[in-house]
Every structure is written in structure tokens, then in C-alpha cells.
Design a protein around this ligand. Sequence first.
Ligand SMILES: *[C@@H]1O[C@H](CO)[C@@H](O)[C@H](O)[C@H]1NC(C)=O
Ligand SMILES: *[C@@H]1O[C@H](CO)[C@@H](O)[C@H](O)[C@H]1NC(C)=O
Ligand SMILES: *[C@@H]1O[C@H](CO)[C@@H](O)[C@H](O)[C@H]1NC(C)=O
Ligand SMILES: *[C@@H]1O[C@H](CO)[C@@H](O)[C@H](O)[C@H]1NC(C)=O
Ligand SMILES: *[C@@H]1O[C@H](CO)[C@@H](O)[C@H](O)[C@H]1NC(C)=O
Ligand SMILES: [Fe+2]
Length: 439
Amino acid sequence: MATLHAAYALLSLAPLLVVSDPPVVYTQPEQVHLSYPGVPGSMVVTWTTFNSTDSLVEYSPWGGRLFDKSAQGSATLFVDSGSEKRKMYIHRVTLSDLKPGSRYVYHCGSEMGWSDMFWFKPLDDTSTSPSFALYGDLGNENPQSLARLQKETQTGILDAILHIGDFAYDMHEDNARVGDEFMRQIQSIAAYVPYMTCPGNHEATYNFSNYRNRFSMPGQSESLWYSWNIGPAHIISLSTEVYFYLEYGQELLFRQYEWLKRDLEEANKPESRAARPWIITMGHRPMYCSDDDQDDCTTFDSFIRRGRNDTKPPAPGLEDLFYLHGVDLELWAHEHTYERLWPVYGDKVYNGSTEDPYTNPKAPVHIITGSAGCRERTDKFNPNPKDWSAFRSTDYGYTHMQVVNRTHVYLGQVSDDQAGKVIDSIWIVKEKHGYDAWL
Ligand SMILES: *[C@@H]1O[C@H](CO)[C@@H](O)[C@H](O)[C@H]1NC(C)=O
Ligand SMILES: *[C@@H]1O[C@H](CO)[C@@H](O)[C@H](O)[C@H]1NC(C)=O
Ligand SMILES: *[C@@H]1O[C@H](CO)[C@@H](O)[C@H](O)[C@H]1NC(C)=O
Ligand SMILES: *[C@@H]1O[C@H](CO)[C@@H](O)[C@H](O)[C@H]1NC(C)=O
Ligand SMILES: *[C@@H]1O[C@H](CO)[C@@H](O)[C@H](O)[C@H]1NC(C)=O
Ligand SMILES: [Fe+2]
């Protein structure tokens, strides 16, 4: 009894005995992820530290003398807008002169701390048949597809991952700690293949600042809109959110639209189409969907599809722009379901033929893939879809896409609920690309 009493007495003194906390330094790199800057033979490595350090990547070809190359970049200070005004340093290093075909190993950080060792295959700009996993709406909680994606990434079958908006749920929450935790979760995929993104509505808080600061997409738009080439494809990433968050600047909507127009004109030049016959877009909110909610895509006058006439000047939508410039394939998310559409334009179906709707389709093909898994679970479908709805599933999962060659693209839907079963797949076959292909 006495000894116990004495112990309590000591314990109660404990706070008085602590003079000061030992200094804590946070120089260990974390949240490592890759992105492709659009320049052949290069790769960007991005990571976070909580104290200021150098920004170094040491790397070497797989099987060579470890870390015999090194590249330096820089860090930007990101101050989250939450009440704690948490500070973090986002480091970016561009590796260049990489040789396609051979794998590289790397680690990143500084003399104050190094990351684990990761590997990647440089993107081969002229690669014949790039393979992708694509999805939207993946959260920190209930990330159903993540384990399967980790394993696929580690087996080396993917060239890149496209995350079509809505991350973490939400990156800004708990003073951006949810963003930190999510970026740690995806390190196991994003440190191995370029993780290419576009913003969704869940990134909107504080003017998309967590999104703009944490990712490193090509171009000068802070990752909001950009395009890049891989093999036979030109891939355009855009922000559908500029149609909804006018308070952050209506001019962003018009700036993006002008940029899209110029980018599409460039991609349609005969020499561009000859090199990259496929034009593929990705944006978060679809222009069509048959979900049972009140989202924009459920309305005939979808802002994304038809634009807005309550702005001055009126804001043009994207359907005509994409149709007139012969966009082949449009990838969307936001609805927590998977839906494939027959070739569609102006709310009407334009099959290639009744037997082979996707062989020489007469309008763009749309895929909605927003069921990777998040705390909001999955959505419900409207029981009476329109004619353009071809296949629907409420299973958790993600999509495989392979741009096989100049004429063939494969799409397959992987169900996580059904142990990785491919529950839907199509081939888009096009002998001709561009606007003339519709005629
Ligand atoms: C290191 O980061 C922590 C956490 O942000 C901060 O409290 C501390 O002041 C920083 N130390 C230095 C030397 O910058
Ligand atoms: C929001 O961020 C964009 C991109 O940096 C910027 O152009 C815009 O001016 C910002 N809007 C506001 C209201 O700060
Ligand atoms: C303006 O937009 C609304 C809703 O999107 C639509 O009902 C209306 O027909 C449009 N008006 C004009 C003049 O385009
Ligand atoms: C398009 O093709 C599908 C599959 O053959 C068919 O079910 C659908 O009715 C077709 N739609 C039109 C409008 O031809
Ligand atoms: C393109 O890929 C398809 C599917 O694998 C194949 O049938 C076709 O022959 C290929 N075309 C060329 C020109 O290689
Ligand atoms: Fe969304």
C-alpha cells in the first residue's frame, strides 16, 4: 500500500520534473509520388517534409551501381488554411534523360533523412500499347480498391494511373492531416507509376489549395488542366469544377475553355493526329449519367454538357467542343458507380452499327468510373435510364484501359466486390479519327 502511495506521489510530481520537450525535427520524407511532366525521358518525384530540407533524388538503373545518379529540385512551403495553419514543405525533383525500357530504383529526401527505396519504369513516349488503371472518388476511409491496385502496381502491369478527381474525403480536413494520411496511403501505388490527376468537388475547400499544392502535373495551371502524350494517345485533363465554384473566379472557366480549344486544335493538326490518333479526356463530373441523385449529369441542361447561361457572358459547355474536335473517349467519375454509354451526342445514340456499336462509332464514347471506394459508399441508379446507357454496376472497383494501337482501345471494369472479376469490357475500334469520323 505504502509503495503504491509513494508511486502516485511521484507521478503527481512528474509534470513539474519536465523542464522542456526535447526538440523534434520532421525532416523525414513521406508521401512520395510520381508524375509525368510531359517531356519524354523524364519523371517528377514529389514528397513532403514538415521541416525545411534539401530536395534530392538519388537513382540508378535497376541492377546497376545503386544511386550513382542524383538530381536536385526545390521545395515550396504550403501553409494549410485550417485553424492550425499547418506548414509543410512540398519537394519536387525532375529526373531527365531516363532511358525507356529499363527500370530505375530511387529514393528521395536529403542528408537529413531518406525515403524507402522505390522503382519505376520511365514512360516510353513512343510506347506501343500503354496500360492504365483509372478511377475517381477514392478516400482515406473505405478505400475498397486500394489493395487490388497496390498489387497490380507491384506486379508491373500498369504504365500510369489516372485519378479522376475526389481524393481522401477531404484533404483539407483535420487541418490537412486527412490529406497527409491519404497521400501516405497511395504512396504504395503512386511512388511506382505516374499518378495523373484532375480536381473534383471534394478538393474545393480553400480554393483547391491542397490539390494545387500537393500534386505536380504538367503545364502552368497548378495541375488544374493540362495535357500529355503517351504512345498513340493524347490525354487531356480538365477541371469540371470551374463550372460550379464561380466564387473562385469565373475567369478560370473561360481560361480553361480557351486552353481546351487551343489544345484540341493543336491535337487535331494532321501531323499530331498521325502521331497520336486517340484523343482522350478526363474530368471529374460527367455530362451524362443515370444515377438516382440530383447531380448535374442527371439533368438535360447539364452545365458540363450545355454550359451556363446565368453567367456574363454565357459559359459554353463541353459537349460541342469535344464533338467538333473529334474527341474519341471521355472519362469521368463523381458518380459512385460504373456506367458505360453507347456512343452519344446531343442526348442521342450514334452507334457504329447495331451489331458493333463501338466499331467506327459516330460520336464520342463516355465511361463513368467513380466507385473506387470512399466513406460516402456507392450511389443508386435511376430505374429508367435513357437509351444511351449501355451497362451499369454499383460494385466497388476501377477501370483498366489499354491503348493497344492506332485502331484499338480496350476498356474493362474490374469489380472489387467480385474478387477482381472483369464485369464489363469493350473494344473501341476506329479506322478513322477526328470530326470526319462521325460523318
Ligand atoms: C519543424 O516542424 C515543426 C512542425 O511543423 C515545427 O513546430 C518546428 O518549429 C519546426 N522546426 C524548425 C527548426 O523549423
Ligand atoms: C483560386 O486559385 C486560382 C488558381 O491559382 C487563381 O487563379 C484564382 O485567382 C483563385 N481565386 C481566388 C478567389 O483566390
Ligand atoms: C438557360 O439555361 C436554362 C437552364 O440551364 C435553360 O432552361 C434555358 O432554356 C436556357 N436559356 C437559354 C436562352 O438558352
Ligand atoms: C446501339 O447498339 C446497342 C447494342 O447493339 C443496341 O442495344 C442499341 O439499341 C443501339 N442503339 C441505337 C439507337 O441504335
Ligand atoms: C491492333 O490491335 C488489335 C487488337 O489486338 C489487332 O487485332 C490489330 O491487328 C492491331 N493492328 C495493328 C495494325 O497492329
Ligand atoms: Fe465528386
